[in-house]
Ligand binder design. Structure first.
Ligand SMILES: Cc1cc2nc3c(=O)[nH]c(=O)nc-3n(C[C@H](O)[C@H](O)[C@H](O)COP(=O)(O)OP(=O)(O)OC[C@H]3O[C@@H](n4cnc5c(N)ncnc54)[C@H](O)[C@@H]3O)c2cc1C
Length: 455
């Protein structure tokens, strides 16, 4: 039996060795598209810090390991898979036949659609080749900008901060979420990471984003190249959301990854689009959660207890999730928690946005998370068609704008959003067979107060 494994990262290598143990007589081939011996990306930060040499990233140090284990290594890119013929086509023109095929091609970095992301001084930090590109730019005194403070971003940040700290350079990290590692860490943990980073000398910018990158051109006029280089040692000029422009030597883009499965297009291997659910995430944050957040906020800030209906009215009348040019206000009546007597206060729209801010950010982070997990070919469709918001919560002022701003993708509200959940449920029930074929055991419906039932 012949086992072909696409991808020579940790998954591919461990799979091959495990198959070898279980099936001593079988043929095993691993295909990898990087011009490297199998290595682990996880070791790249140590390489950047100078703690290990490149050889320290190798998954197996013995050059003869593969021969001894009778595992064939092919250096080529898988370009197509034919599920019927059981073959995989490679970039070197060869076709490999297989009895079993394991897809272990991992992920590849994604870059946001911002002008200038294709400049040579904008680099990812995903492969050994990327690490070499970073190391060659990390000259003494280098000013580095890193986009993204997610999980991988923070690991890279730690390594770069140590290196620039030793060589008199600087590191600025920009994260469009309102805190670091927003999708994995609680606000408290994010604050601790930020405090650690700032103590290590890293400048952290949150709730802002890079809007463009251009080559930092030296001034015209007669000047020797050496003099010009001295005047403008920084290679890129980066524009931020607030209009500020700053010069850096280079930019590291750590804005997420997407599955590297382009070669499956037309393969007969289902990657689930056209009627299927590709990626889904449920956050259980509905309109009533916003109402609860408003009630909590008023209790804490104003010692005022209000009812659910009042909170909902407040949200509908003046609720917003981004600051508006014109501040709206509303008079609220409730019970003073200290005196126990009725009291009325004037509440502004910015007060509501403070109350629901964290929840709104969780929603936006959820959208970003789903986008990050979306296969690249579907991402292209989403960029073309945009994001559609449905349900009553989508009517919250500023929500589509905020999602557009934080994802870089057009976002708009469906027609009659209040009815879309009921209509969608109706359509799903009318086509219940189709829905079941999608692998759902039934429809899970949630009542407004969170009670669940299954059909
Ligand atoms: C800087 C950095 C630090 C990290 N630190 C940590 C950490 O501390 N902890 C942690 O858990 N994770 C960490 N990770 C993530 C971790 O490295 C990955 O989750 C892990 O490498 C996944 O292993 P894999 O074998 O599935 O995929 P990969 O390591 O991505 O390997 C897949 C291989 O397949 C190849 N390939 C892709 N497409 C094709 C194709 N069409 N044909 C042939 N070959 C192809 C790729 O080139 C690659 O060599 C880090 C990642 C980075 C970049």
């Amino acid at each position: 039996m012949k086992h072909v494994i696409l991808g020579n990262g940790p998954t591919g290598v461990v799979a091959a060795e495990t198959i070898r143990k279980k099936r001593p007589g079988d043929e095993i081939v691993i295909v990898g598209d990087e011009h490297e011996r199998p290595y682990s990306r996880m070791a790249i930060p140590y390489l950047l810090e100078g703690k290990i040499a490149e050889s320290g990233t190798l998954l197996r140090h013995d050059r003869n390991h593969w021969e001894k284990a009778r595992i064939g290594l092919v250096e080529a890119r898988a370009t197509a898979v034919d599920g019927q013929a059981r073959t995989v086509t490679l970039s070197n023109g060869e076709t490999l036949a297989w009895d079993t095929l394991l897809l272990a091609t991992g992920s590849k970095p994604v870059r946001p659609p911002i002008p200038g992301m294709d400049l040579p001084d904008v680099v990812s930090c995903w492969t050994l080749e990327d690490a070499r590109a970073i190391l060659s730019r990390l000259r003494p005194g280098a000013r580095v900008l890193q986009m993204g403070a997610g999980f991988i971003g923070c690991i890279i940040m730690e390594a770069i901060a140590t290196t620039v700290g030793k060589t008199g350079g600087s590191l600025t990290v920009v994260e469009m979420g309102d805190r670091m590692v927003p999708r994995m860490m609680t606000p408290m943990a994010s604050r601790l990471i930020r405090a650690w980073s700032e103590k290590a000398g890293v400048e952290i910018l949150t709730s802002t984003r890079v809007t463009g990158i251009e080559v930092n051109r030296p001034p015209g006029g007669l000047m020797s190249p050496v003099a010009k280089a001295k005047l403008h040692p920084h290679h890129v000029l980066v524009s931020f959301g607030d209009g500020e422009k700053r010069a850096f030597d280079f930019v590291i883009c750590a804005t997420g990854v997407a599955p590297a499965i382009d070669y499956l297009k037309g393969s007969g291997v289902e990657i689930g689009s056209l009627g299927g659910i590709v990626v889904s995430k449920s956050l259980r944050i509905g309109g009533d959660k916003f109402d609860e957040a408003i009630m909590r906020y008023l209790r804490k800030q104003y010692s005022l207890a209000i009812g659910e209906q009042t909170a909902e009215n407040l949200k509908i009348m003046i609720g917003t999730c981004v600051p508006t040019e014109e501040e709206m206000t509303m008079i609220l009546k409730g019970r003073d928690l200290v005196q126990g007597l009725p009291r009325q206060i004037e509440v502004s729209s910015s007060c509501v946005s403070m109350a629901i801010g964290e929840m709104v950010q969780t929603l936006v982070d959820g959208v970003r998370n789903v986008l990050e997990l979306t296969p690249p070919e579907l991402s292209a469709d989403i960029i073309d068609r945009g994001i559609v918001l449905t349900g009553g919560g989508s009517l919250l002022r500023g929500l589509p704008e905020l999602i557009s701003e934080q994802t870089g993708i057009n976002c708009f509200v469906a027609e009659e959003p209040m009815e879309s959940v009921a209509r969608g449920t109706g359509k799903a029930l009318a086509e219940i067979d189709k829905l079941n074929r999608l692998g759902r055991s039934g429809i899970l419906a949630t009542s407004r107060k969170g009670r669940k039932w299954k059909s």
